[in-house]
Design a binder for this molecule. Sequence first.
Ligand code: FE
Length: 135
Amino acid sequence: MTDKIQKSDAEWREVLTDEQYRVLRKKGTERAFTGKYHDLYEDGVYRCAACGHPLFAAETKFHSGSGWPSFYAPIANASVETHKDFSFLMVREEVVCSKCDSHLGHVFNDGPQPTGLRYCINSVSLDFEAKRDAD
Ligand code: FE
């Protein structure tokens, strides 16, 4: 069990931009191809934009053509959680940050090996930290 970060709606509004708040806390979706990370392939780590929890490693990022950052696995099994999402007359698996429960995106079963999964994640939910040469 991780210790969850709990903030009130007003506190989240204060620390997040309007677009971050809309996606992370209200389960919104950024428009495809508009995010800052869908076409980024540098080495590094993607953290939760709401709480800084490490979520995805650049090694697992792949070009899906969807217009959203896509990964075939989280950085650790415990870094994200999934929930069934029945909105929009579909059944999808919602992906949230395990540390702060913020909405990240959805996971689908049409990804590449070794997992066959495609974590389709909003750029605005992520904070990229480039790998430093000294590491
Ligand atoms: Fe988080």
